[in-house]
Design a binder for this molecule. Sequence first.
Ligand code: ITT
Length: 209
Amino acid sequence: MSVNIIFATGNQGKMREIREIMKDTDAVLYSAKEKNISTDVEETGATFEENAVIKAKDAYEKGLAAGITDAVYLSDDSGLEVDYLNKEPGVYSARYMGEDTSYDIKNDAIIERLNGVPDEKRTARFVSVIAAVLPGGESFYVRGELEGRIGYERKGQYGFGYDPIFYYPPLGCHTGELLPEEKNAISHRGKALALMKEELVKRGILGGR
Ligand code: ITT
């Protein structure tokens, strides 16, 4: 029997990627919205791990209260760490300069803060921590990272968030220039979800399609 997975995210860019990455499993995937579960929760953690667990547990509790007892809840807490900026914006990536500030403005601001900084000091990484809460309430998490550099201008029309300024040296382009399947094959979220799938298969929760 296939498992129902409810993904606790309000971010449509993430949800698009997650749907694509989970296509090869037998899970029936729902966004929290599709199940009328609000993803409004204060991310009070100091780490990606803490926030990912907060989000998955919050959705699990809301699901239980709504009578859903058989689903696996997943969440993603992710962000961009820029080494030259002491790993900012980090867990504050969505809130950097205000949640409602456009990414064109946020991305330009980061490029500006790195004005005059040479390539070797422009190192950065995307981090994605995926947390799971199982029907019995047990939780665990996995982490994926993608190493790259902050570019000198915004590039590309794909992805979301900080993708336009994230230069990925092995492919010689910004992640904003990668097609969805190309990004998923190398990304922090792709890696974390692959680990999560492995773990769920190992526990007999997930089967291949
Ligand atoms: P949910 O908590 O509802 O899932 P959110 O957007 O608030 O959505 P986070 O708190 O995890 O999610 O913030 C992650 C931010 O990090 C996200 O809004 C982007 O700005 C950035 N980010 C994460 N993954 C990214 C990616 O693959 N490409 C570009 N930017 C990314």
